[in-house]
Ligand binder design. Sequence first.
Ligand code: MBD
Ligand code: FE
Length: 280
Amino acid sequence: MITTESPTAVGSGNAATDKFKGARFTADTSPERLSAIATEALAGLSALIEKHAVTYPEYRVLKQWLIDVGEGGEWPLLLDVFVEHDIEEVNSRNFKGTKGSIEGPYYVPGAPQLPARCTLPMRDEDRAHPALVLRGQVTDLDGAGLSGATIELWHADDEGYYSQFAPHLPEWNLRGTIVTDSEGRYEITTIQPAPYQIPTDGPTGQFIEAAGWHPWRPAHLHLRVTSPGKQPIITQLYFAGGDWVDDDVATATKPELLLDPVIDDAGRKVVDYDFALDPA
Ligand code: MBD
Ligand code: FE
Protein backbone atom coordinates (compact mmCIF):
# COMPACT_ATOMS: atom_id res chain seq x y z
CA MET A 1 0.00 0.00 0.00
CA ILE A 2 1.15 3.49 -0.90
CA THR A 3 1.67 5.88 1.96
CA THR A 4 1.89 9.62 1.43
CA GLU A 5 1.33 12.56 3.74
CA SER A 6 -2.17 13.41 2.59
CA PRO A 7 -4.80 11.20 0.95
CA THR A 8 -4.54 11.26 -2.84
CA ALA A 9 -6.55 9.69 -5.65
CA VAL A 10 -3.57 7.61 -6.70
CA GLY A 11 -3.04 6.42 -3.11
CA SER A 12 -6.61 5.31 -2.48
CA GLY A 13 -6.93 3.98 -6.04
CA ASN A 14 -3.82 1.83 -5.87
CA ALA A 15 -4.73 0.56 -2.39
CA ALA A 16 -8.15 -0.52 -3.73
CA THR A 17 -6.58 -2.11 -6.81
CA ASP A 18 -3.95 -3.99 -4.76
CA LYS A 19 -6.59 -5.34 -2.36
CA PHE A 20 -8.83 -6.44 -5.22
CA LYS A 21 -6.00 -8.14 -7.12
CA GLY A 22 -5.09 -10.07 -3.97
CA ALA A 23 -8.42 -11.90 -4.00
CA ARG A 24 -8.07 -13.40 -7.56
CA PHE A 25 -11.78 -13.94 -8.27
CA THR A 26 -13.02 -16.48 -10.84
CA ALA A 27 -16.41 -17.12 -12.53
CA ASP A 28 -17.67 -20.21 -14.35
CA THR A 29 -18.86 -18.29 -17.46
CA SER A 30 -19.20 -20.56 -20.52
CA PRO A 31 -17.59 -19.56 -23.86
CA GLU A 32 -21.11 -19.19 -25.32
CA ARG A 33 -22.23 -16.82 -22.56
CA LEU A 34 -18.99 -14.83 -22.77
CA SER A 35 -19.39 -14.53 -26.53
CA ALA A 36 -23.03 -13.42 -26.23
CA ILE A 37 -22.24 -10.72 -23.65
CA ALA A 38 -19.11 -9.49 -25.45
CA THR A 39 -20.89 -9.38 -28.81
CA GLU A 40 -23.63 -7.18 -27.37
CA ALA A 41 -21.18 -4.96 -25.53
CA LEU A 42 -19.23 -4.33 -28.74
CA ALA A 43 -22.44 -3.82 -30.72
CA GLY A 44 -23.54 -1.19 -28.17
CA LEU A 45 -20.22 0.60 -28.53
CA SER A 46 -20.40 0.38 -32.31
CA ALA A 47 -23.90 1.89 -32.32
CA LEU A 48 -22.94 4.85 -30.15
CA ILE A 49 -19.80 5.56 -32.19
CA GLU A 50 -21.92 5.76 -35.33
CA LYS A 51 -24.72 7.72 -33.70
CA HIS A 52 -22.39 10.37 -32.26
CA ALA A 53 -19.81 10.19 -35.08
CA VAL A 54 -17.01 9.86 -32.52
CA THR A 55 -13.87 11.62 -33.82
CA TYR A 56 -10.23 10.45 -33.87
CA PRO A 57 -9.20 13.03 -31.23
CA GLU A 58 -12.02 11.76 -28.99
CA TYR A 59 -10.93 8.16 -29.59
CA ARG A 60 -7.32 8.98 -28.66
CA VAL A 61 -8.40 10.90 -25.54
CA LEU A 62 -10.49 7.88 -24.52
CA LYS A 63 -7.49 5.58 -25.01
CA GLN A 64 -5.24 7.85 -22.92
CA TRP A 65 -7.92 8.18 -20.22
CA LEU A 66 -8.37 4.41 -19.96
CA ILE A 67 -4.60 4.07 -19.54
CA ASP A 68 -4.74 6.74 -16.82
CA VAL A 69 -7.60 4.92 -15.02
CA GLY A 70 -5.42 1.80 -14.82
CA GLU A 71 -2.26 3.62 -13.80
CA GLY A 72 -4.16 5.56 -11.14
CA GLY A 73 -5.53 2.29 -9.78
CA GLU A 74 -9.07 3.62 -10.34
CA TRP A 75 -10.74 0.64 -12.03
CA PRO A 76 -12.39 -0.45 -8.74
CA LEU A 77 -13.63 3.10 -8.12
CA LEU A 78 -14.86 3.71 -11.67
CA LEU A 79 -16.64 0.35 -12.02
CA ASP A 80 -18.21 0.42 -8.57
CA VAL A 81 -19.50 3.96 -9.05
CA PHE A 82 -20.98 3.54 -12.54
CA VAL A 83 -21.63 -0.18 -13.07
CA GLU A 84 -22.04 -2.06 -9.78
CA HIS A 85 -25.58 -0.78 -9.03
CA ASP A 86 -26.97 -2.65 -12.03
CA ILE A 87 -25.09 -5.84 -11.12
CA GLU A 88 -26.48 -5.60 -7.57
CA GLU A 89 -30.01 -5.03 -8.81
CA VAL A 90 -30.21 -7.99 -11.20
CA ASN A 91 -28.64 -10.30 -8.63
CA SER A 92 -30.99 -9.42 -5.75
CA ARG A 93 -34.27 -9.59 -7.72
CA ASN A 94 -35.52 -12.70 -5.94
CA PHE A 95 -34.53 -11.82 -2.39
CA LYS A 96 -37.27 -11.04 0.14
CA GLY A 97 -35.13 -9.82 3.05
CA THR A 98 -33.35 -6.52 3.65
CA LYS A 99 -32.47 -4.65 0.45
CA GLY A 100 -28.87 -4.82 -0.68
CA SER A 101 -26.74 -2.10 -2.19
CA ILE A 102 -23.31 -1.92 -3.80
CA GLU A 103 -20.16 -3.02 -1.94
CA GLY A 104 -17.97 -0.28 -3.38
CA PRO A 105 -14.18 -0.30 -3.48
CA TYR A 106 -13.38 -0.01 0.25
CA TYR A 107 -14.48 -3.25 1.92
CA VAL A 108 -11.72 -5.08 3.79
CA PRO A 109 -12.40 -8.54 5.25
CA GLY A 110 -11.16 -9.44 8.72
CA ALA A 111 -12.04 -6.31 10.72
CA PRO A 112 -11.60 -6.77 14.51
CA GLN A 113 -14.37 -8.82 16.13
CA LEU A 114 -16.55 -6.88 18.59
CA PRO A 115 -19.36 -7.88 20.98
CA ALA A 116 -23.04 -7.12 20.29
CA ARG A 117 -22.84 -3.90 22.33
CA CYS A 118 -19.72 -2.08 21.20
CA THR A 119 -18.04 1.07 19.93
CA LEU A 120 -16.18 0.97 16.62
CA PRO A 121 -12.43 1.65 16.78
CA MET A 122 -11.96 5.41 16.41
CA ARG A 123 -9.52 8.23 17.12
CA ASP A 124 -10.01 11.05 19.63
CA GLU A 125 -10.81 13.35 16.66
CA ASP A 126 -13.61 11.01 15.63
CA ARG A 127 -14.89 10.72 19.20
CA ALA A 128 -15.25 14.52 19.33
CA HIS A 129 -18.26 14.23 16.97
CA PRO A 130 -21.72 13.32 18.26
CA ALA A 131 -22.15 9.58 18.73
CA LEU A 132 -24.31 7.66 16.28
CA VAL A 133 -25.94 4.60 17.85
CA LEU A 134 -27.19 1.97 15.38
CA ARG A 135 -29.12 -0.78 17.07
CA GLY A 136 -31.51 -3.55 16.12
CA GLN A 137 -31.89 -7.23 15.40
CA VAL A 138 -30.73 -9.67 12.74
CA THR A 139 -33.53 -12.14 11.92
CA ASP A 140 -34.60 -14.75 9.39
CA LEU A 141 -37.53 -14.00 7.08
CA ASP A 142 -39.99 -15.09 9.80
CA GLY A 143 -38.58 -12.60 12.29
CA ALA A 144 -36.72 -15.14 14.44
CA GLY A 145 -33.54 -13.64 15.94
CA LEU A 146 -30.23 -14.98 14.62
CA SER A 147 -27.77 -15.38 17.47
CA GLY A 148 -24.10 -15.17 16.49
CA ALA A 149 -24.82 -13.43 13.17
CA THR A 150 -22.01 -11.11 12.09
CA ILE A 151 -22.36 -7.50 11.00
CA GLU A 152 -19.30 -6.16 9.27
CA LEU A 153 -19.57 -2.36 9.37
CA TRP A 154 -17.22 0.02 7.59
CA HIS A 155 -17.61 3.71 6.83
CA ALA A 156 -15.83 6.99 6.18
CA ASP A 157 -14.93 9.46 8.93
CA ASP A 158 -16.20 13.03 9.30
CA GLU A 159 -13.87 14.10 6.46
CA GLY A 160 -15.02 11.37 4.08
CA TYR A 161 -11.90 9.18 4.40
CA TYR A 162 -11.79 5.38 4.79
CA SER A 163 -9.12 3.61 6.83
CA GLN A 164 -6.65 1.58 4.73
CA PHE A 165 -7.37 3.90 1.79
CA ALA A 166 -6.06 7.10 3.36
CA PRO A 167 -2.60 6.82 4.91
CA HIS A 168 -3.18 9.06 7.94
CA LEU A 169 -5.78 6.76 9.54
CA PRO A 170 -5.21 3.81 11.92
CA GLU A 171 -5.60 0.44 10.18
CA TRP A 172 -9.08 -0.51 11.42
CA ASN A 173 -10.51 2.96 12.09
CA LEU A 174 -14.33 2.88 11.86
CA ARG A 175 -14.36 -0.79 10.88
CA GLY A 176 -15.55 -3.78 12.89
CA THR A 177 -17.10 -7.25 12.81
CA ILE A 178 -19.95 -7.23 15.34
CA VAL A 179 -21.41 -10.52 16.62
CA THR A 180 -25.12 -10.47 17.60
CA ASP A 181 -26.28 -11.59 21.07
CA SER A 182 -28.43 -14.63 21.96
CA GLU A 183 -31.51 -12.89 20.47
CA GLY A 184 -29.75 -11.62 17.36
CA ARG A 185 -29.60 -8.09 18.74
CA TYR A 186 -26.83 -5.52 18.45
CA GLU A 187 -26.05 -1.92 19.46
CA ILE A 188 -23.12 -0.23 17.77
CA THR A 189 -21.79 3.18 18.73
CA THR A 190 -19.95 5.07 16.00
CA ILE A 191 -20.10 8.52 14.39
CA GLN A 192 -21.98 9.78 11.35
CA PRO A 193 -19.76 9.82 8.27
CA ALA A 194 -19.51 12.82 5.94
CA PRO A 195 -20.72 12.61 2.33
CA TYR A 196 -18.07 11.02 0.10
CA GLN A 197 -16.49 12.91 -2.77
CA ILE A 198 -14.87 10.98 -5.64
CA PRO A 199 -11.23 12.17 -5.60
CA THR A 200 -11.03 15.15 -7.96
CA ASP A 201 -7.30 14.67 -8.64
CA GLY A 202 -7.67 11.33 -10.46
CA PRO A 203 -9.05 10.23 -13.85
CA THR A 204 -12.55 9.33 -12.54
CA GLY A 205 -12.93 12.75 -10.94
CA GLN A 206 -11.52 14.50 -14.02
CA PHE A 207 -14.01 12.67 -16.22
CA ILE A 208 -16.93 13.62 -13.93
CA GLU A 209 -15.85 17.26 -13.98
CA ALA A 210 -15.33 17.28 -17.76
CA ALA A 211 -18.87 15.92 -18.22
CA GLY A 212 -20.30 18.59 -15.90
CA TRP A 213 -21.57 16.04 -13.37
CA HIS A 214 -21.05 16.14 -9.58
CA PRO A 215 -18.70 13.80 -7.69
CA TRP A 216 -20.72 13.20 -4.51
CA ARG A 217 -22.17 10.20 -2.72
CA PRO A 218 -24.50 10.84 0.25
CA ALA A 219 -23.17 10.01 3.73
CA HIS A 220 -23.45 6.23 4.14
CA LEU A 221 -22.66 3.23 6.31
CA HIS A 222 -21.54 0.03 4.58
CA LEU A 223 -22.65 -3.30 6.05
CA ARG A 224 -22.18 -6.99 5.29
CA VAL A 225 -24.48 -9.20 7.39
CA THR A 226 -24.00 -12.98 7.53
CA SER A 227 -25.34 -15.97 9.43
CA PRO A 228 -24.83 -19.71 8.78
CA GLY A 229 -27.37 -21.09 6.28
CA LYS A 230 -28.43 -17.59 5.22
CA GLN A 231 -27.77 -15.49 2.15
CA PRO A 232 -25.21 -12.82 3.14
CA ILE A 233 -26.36 -9.26 2.46
CA ILE A 234 -24.13 -6.41 1.46
CA THR A 235 -25.89 -3.10 1.83
CA GLN A 236 -25.59 0.57 2.76
CA LEU A 237 -27.60 2.80 5.07
CA TYR A 238 -28.14 6.51 4.38
CA PHE A 239 -29.49 9.49 6.33
CA ALA A 240 -32.95 10.81 5.42
CA GLY A 241 -32.83 14.37 4.12
CA GLY A 242 -29.03 14.39 3.80
CA ASP A 243 -27.11 15.98 0.95
CA TRP A 244 -26.97 13.90 -2.25
CA VAL A 245 -29.42 11.25 -0.99
CA ASP A 246 -31.60 11.93 -4.03
CA ASP A 247 -28.67 12.39 -6.43
CA ASP A 248 -26.00 9.78 -5.63
CA VAL A 249 -23.24 9.68 -8.28
CA ALA A 250 -23.16 5.88 -7.72
CA THR A 251 -26.99 5.45 -8.07
CA ALA A 252 -26.97 3.22 -4.97
CA THR A 253 -29.62 4.65 -2.63
CA LYS A 254 -32.99 2.96 -2.01
CA PRO A 255 -35.91 4.27 0.05
CA GLU A 256 -35.76 1.18 2.32
CA LEU A 257 -32.19 2.07 3.30
CA LEU A 258 -32.81 5.51 4.85
CA LEU A 259 -32.12 6.12 8.56
CA ASP A 260 -33.74 8.95 10.52
CA PRO A 261 -31.90 9.11 13.84
CA VAL A 262 -33.41 10.75 16.94
CA ILE A 263 -31.24 12.77 19.33
CA ASP A 264 -31.37 11.32 22.88
CA ASP A 265 -30.80 13.08 26.23
CA ALA A 266 -27.06 12.50 25.97
CA GLY A 267 -26.90 14.17 22.53
CA ARG A 268 -26.39 10.86 20.74
CA LYS A 269 -28.08 10.19 17.38
CA VAL A 270 -29.95 6.93 17.93
CA VAL A 271 -31.61 4.82 15.27
CA ASP A 272 -32.99 1.27 14.99
CA TYR A 273 -32.47 -0.92 11.95
CA ASP A 274 -33.30 -4.62 11.64
CA PHE A 275 -31.85 -6.97 9.06
CA ALA A 276 -33.82 -9.92 7.67
CA LEU A 277 -31.75 -12.55 5.87
CA ASP A 278 -33.02 -14.79 3.06
CA PRO A 279 -32.23 -18.50 3.31
CA ALA A 280 -29.05 -19.48 1.42
C1 MBD B 1 -17.44 4.87 -1.88
O1 MBD B 1 -17.33 5.15 -0.57
C2 MBD B 1 -18.40 4.03 -2.25
O2 MBD B 1 -19.19 3.53 -1.30
C3 MBD B 1 -18.57 3.71 -3.59
C4 MBD B 1 -19.65 2.81 -4.01
C5 MBD B 1 -17.74 4.25 -4.54
C6 MBD B 1 -16.76 5.11 -4.16
C7 MBD B 1 -16.60 5.41 -2.83
FE1 FE C 1 -18.52 4.08 0.61
